[in-house]
Design a protein around this ligand. Sequence first.
Ligand code: FAD
Ligand code: UDP
Length: 392
Amino acid sequence: MFDFMIVGAGFAGSVLAERLASQDDAKVLVVDKRPHIAGNAYDHYDDAGILVHKYGPHIFHCNAPHIYEYLSQFTQWRSYEHRVLASVDGQLVPIPINLDTINRLYGLSLTAFELPDFLASIAEPMENVRTAEDAVVSKVGRDLYRKFFKGYTTKQWGVDPTELDASVTARIPTRTNRDDRYFTDTYQVMPRHGYTRMFERMLDHPNIHVLLNTDYREITPFVPYREMIYTGPVDAFFNERFGKLPYRSLRFGFETLDRSQYQTVGTVNFPNDYEFTRVTEFKHLTGQTHERTTIVREYPCADGDPYYPVPNADNAERYKRYQALAENTPDVHFAGRLATYKYYNMDQVVAQALTLHRRLQSRKRIDAAMPARLSVISGAGLRPSAVSETGD
Ligand code: FAD
Ligand code: UDP
């Protein structure tokens, strides 16, 4: 009998497996339908011997020391600050938009001191910033919106930016200085030996059993377990009872080239040309030295593995119905990007999983304290086993 069946060996499932096994001595079965662990963070050496991310570039960044320290138990790190250029008007300029982006695009020589006034002069302030278009236009105006965001967002999401929440483009800040890093988080690191190695160490515990190439539905009739943690798409769990939740997918075009470097930075974005959104060269991210190099182009598409929840009001409404159902499904806990329909980065998924683990632990403590308290209230002796049978 397993204490937990965990569906999905990505960040959500693996963190919970590790915590439950190592902290609570729980017996855990982790099942994934893919042939590997690590979920979308899976990396491996390609035919040329270059470390690549099978499901697109994954760059770790976070501000929370406890997340960084938690993962540090399972990996050493390499410092890496991601930089991205956007191909706009025949030039490669920094994105997020910064002082250099503006000066180079408009042939200006503004200082950091002058830029806020310039941006204020082109911005279209709004009282109610609602959509992904509003979030950009209200800060930097329509011309920069058209150059950097409209095409990219339409391509990435398959809908006009006015049909997406402001939070989507608000992920990308605007800088008035020359900082050209994609992220400004305190911790910007990559697992020194890759994500998969980190997951191997996380799951390497005598209480954890991993079953790959298996859809959980194939085994639930035969494998006894007390509780489930589910990290797949929430609508699939409920057989799409309230209709399908939209997810955006990607096709990845990998190419290995007979040269040691393809581009000067980790990623180049193409907001306005081509069917792909961006090109990433893995060696920048991993620090690997190799005489050849592998790049990946990301082609957004509607069908395929679900990668991105699509943030807008209609989908939030539909998700709420699934969430209510999830909350009323006894002994199944939902965690992760697809199971909670949240556009979360890796660190946010780790934080969510650690929070769920704490909740499960405190529930256990309350259950353990219950018999004593109940016997005080009722004045009668209550067999602890009777309580734990129903309450656990
Ligand atoms: P997943 O990794 O999706 O794991 C869920 C697992 O459940 C999957 O392995 C799946 O096979 C399994 N599963 C589903 N259904 C079943 C079933 N019926 N039976 C058995 N198994 C099942 N985050 C960052 O922080 N930085 C980045 O740079 C970054 N880049 C990204 C780039 C791309 C292209 C994408 C798509 C995501 C990126 N992310 C990034 C986000 C990151 O991938 C996620 O936050 C994280 O991997 C989510 O982990 P998870 O455990 O919730 O889900
Ligand atoms: N975005 C854009 N142009 C860019 C970069 C990002 O329009 O050059 C928008 C786009 O809608 C994208 C969102 O901002 O989906 C978030 O970008 P991010 O790089 O965080 O996307 P992810 O890495 O999650 O795919």
